[in-house]
Design a protein around this ligand. Sequence first.
Ligand code: FE2
Ligand code: FE2
Length: 184
Amino acid sequence: MKTVITAKTSLTPEVESKLNKQVRLEGLSAFYYLAMASWCENRGYLNAAEFLYDHFEEEKMHMLKLMHYINEAGGHALAPEISNLRYEFNSFREVFDHVLEHEITVSRAISNLADFCFQEKDFATFQFLQWYVNEQREEEAMARRLVELFDIIGEEGQGIWLIDQEIGKMLKKLKAERAAEEGK
Ligand SMILES: [Fe+2]
Ligand SMILES: [Fe+2]
């Protein structure tokens, strides 16, 4: 019986389970950002809202990419349960402090997962995860830049409006870079 299972999937049960945990974390990221986007839209921070709605789509794509990988390797990707979302924030800045904090958590999870796959000699999954390693480096850098906007501009007077404008510019740049990448 065991040989049948081994032939069916190239993933060990441990790797499959850890990949599914990462599916959940990416799904959680997506819905965290969706809740944040809605909070920003509700308060009229429209560029920030657009940025976060866009990020929701990105995280959804990260989740799906993992799910397809698991299934193509013969495993079973599990659609995650999403709970304990946060709907209220004390300030505009707090939203982006959370974004940075969350991206750092995800980067660590990806590093641990890649490390585990290497130890298990699952080099195919290790290599697949390199895309996420790179993606996390970019997303963390962007989240740091967003938090810096609050430090540089400050929230006094027209500060919030200016920060929202800057976030709009960042999103525009991001979309242009993505389009250029797709056109390659
Ligand atoms: Fe992600
Ligand atoms: Fe992310």
